[in-house]
Design a binder for this molecule. Structure first.
Ligand SMILES: Nc1ncnc2c1ncn2[C@@H]1O[C@H](COP(=O)(O)OP(=O)(O)OP(=O)(O)O)[C@@H](O)[C@H]1O
Ligand SMILES: [Mg+2]
Length: 418
């Protein structure tokens, strides 16, 4: 992951809802700043704790530097240049209109237009599209060396990545312009709308924003007509930025079977979009104890799980509360089996990743991600660069292959590890 955190690079975090995109974006930002890059993180709707951790409690859409005192409290260098900003969805669209449309009355007409309001609020991917617009603006200022971009959940797949291109096709189409030329009378529009080409455009517009009264669409185009070229030009530039080599897509996933399945689907969609994935972060994979045991080469990987496998045989030695112990051991065994399943699932997923995609892992932080110190721990895990999956997989398959000790077979007992 360190390779992605270089000067000029723009990591964009993708993934389904709640997998940790915002958390990992912030952690990557911290890692970038600690590599001495002046870093900005565009976050989307961070949890309250993360907002506090980043000092974003009272912040709008402007990048704000994390204070030296906060950094020092987390044991970090107070000189780190890390700024964070929150995505402002409607603000992003309105800012475009404000920049491009000079006349206040025309602007008001656009802001009040129901088609505009649903265009900016409702179409699938609207928020992520706004994130791209804010990225574009931030990037234009040239103020930062590294820009990490969080996105809203990709519940509608990656529609937002296609959005600039789709909007360009619609707004810039000759049919759209012909259809919505301002000087037309209502009767002539009705005639035009009856034509096949026009029906197509209207249908496409409705796909974006739901059914809208045609007159509001017409009015929007009329008001925006003078700036349509500028709007389309901007969309072209956003589209170009999205496909520039500086942009590195990083997918975040957790390890539940349905999340892994969704991650696979997203991978397929990106591929068909011609977008290259740079890295995958498997978040909340294993607990820190298990993970660290693997990362620390002095320790035998998964030895604590092997100990669990030996617990049951110790039970027959006439312990008093056999029932209570039995239940406790069952609990541990479930934990062991869950852990082994998780490792196998992740290993299978990792094996099928396209070559060149980097893999990073962040374990579950048991106490939660409440402060900069926890974020810093995640950054270190994610950028550790050690190859951990192989030893983990090997240890897991050794453990699976072991015959389970039967009760009373005299196999090695607990010996003080209770
Ligand atoms: N490695 C981790 N260990 C413990 N908790 C985590 C970890 N990663 C994320 N979380 C917690 O999981 C929750 C969801 O994380 P986050 O908000 O980053 O997800 P998201 O993908 O941005 O969600 P959304 O799709 O809603 O934007 C948060 O409460 C966060 O603190
Ligand atoms: Mg988020």
């Amino acid at each position: 992951m360190k390779d992605l955190l270089t000067k000029g690079s723009i990591p964009i975090l993708l993934g389904t809802g709640g997998v940790g995109k915002t958390t990992i974006a912030a952690a990557l930002g911290l890692a970038g700043a600690s590599a001495d890059l002046n870093t900005a993180v565009i976050t989307v709707d961070p949890s309250e704790r993360l907002r506090d951790a980043l000092g974003l409690a009272h912040l709008g859409g402007q990048p704000t530097r994390i204070g030296g005192r906060q950094l020092a409290a987390a044991g970090l260098d107070r000189q780190l240049r890390l700024s964070a900003m929150m995505l402002d969805v409607t603000g992003a669209w309105d800012a475009i209109v404000e920049r491009l449309i000079a006349d206040p009355a025309t602007r008001r007409r656009i802001f009040d237009n129901p088609f505009y309001r649903s265009l900016t609020a409702e179409f699938a991917g609207s928020e992520a599209f706004a994130a791209l617009q804010q990225l574009y603006d931030l990037h234009q200022t040239g103020a930062f060396e590294l820009e990490v971009v969080d996105t809203p959940p990709a519940s509608h797949s990656f529609e937002f990545l296609q959005t600039p291109a789709r909007l360009i096709r619609l707004l810039d189409s000759r049919t759209a312009r012909w259809l919505f030329t301002p000087s037309l009378s209502a009767g002539r529009i009705a005639m035009k709308v009856a034509s096949k080409a026009a029906r197509f455009v209207v249908r496409e517009l409705e796909r974006f924003v739901g059914a809208n009264v045609l007159s509001t669409i017409t009015d929007f185009f009329a008001a925006a007509a003078e700036s349509m070229d500028a709007i389309v030009d901007r969309l072209h530039k956003t589209e170009a930025l999205l496909h520039s080599p500086a942009v590195r897509f990083v997918m975040v996933t957790t390890t539940e079977p349905d999340r892994i399945r969704q991650a696979r689907e997203l991978l397929g969609q990106m591929d068909s979009e011609g977008l290259k994935l740079a890295a995958i972060v498997i978040n909340r994979f294993l607990d820190e104890r298990t993970w660290s045991a693997v990362a620390d080469s002095a320790e035998r990987p998964l030895s604590h799980l092997a100990e669990i496998s030996e617990l049951r045989s110790s039970l027959t030695r006439g312990d008093g509360d056999a029932d209570g112990f039995g239940r406790l051991i069952h609990h541990f065994e479930e934990y062991r089996d869950r852990t082994l399943d998780e490792i196998e699932r992740v290993a299978a997923f990792a094996r099928e990743l396209p070559p060149g995609v980097k893999l990073a892992i962040a374990p579950e932080i048991e106490a939660g991600v409440r402060d900069l110190a926890a974020l810093w721990r995640i950054s270190r895990y994610v950028t550790s660069g050690t190859a951990i999956l192989k030893p983990l997989e090997a240890a897991a398959s050794r453990l699976r292959a072991r015959p389970r000790p039967h009760q009373g077979d005299g196999s090695p007992s607990l010996k003080g590890s209770s």
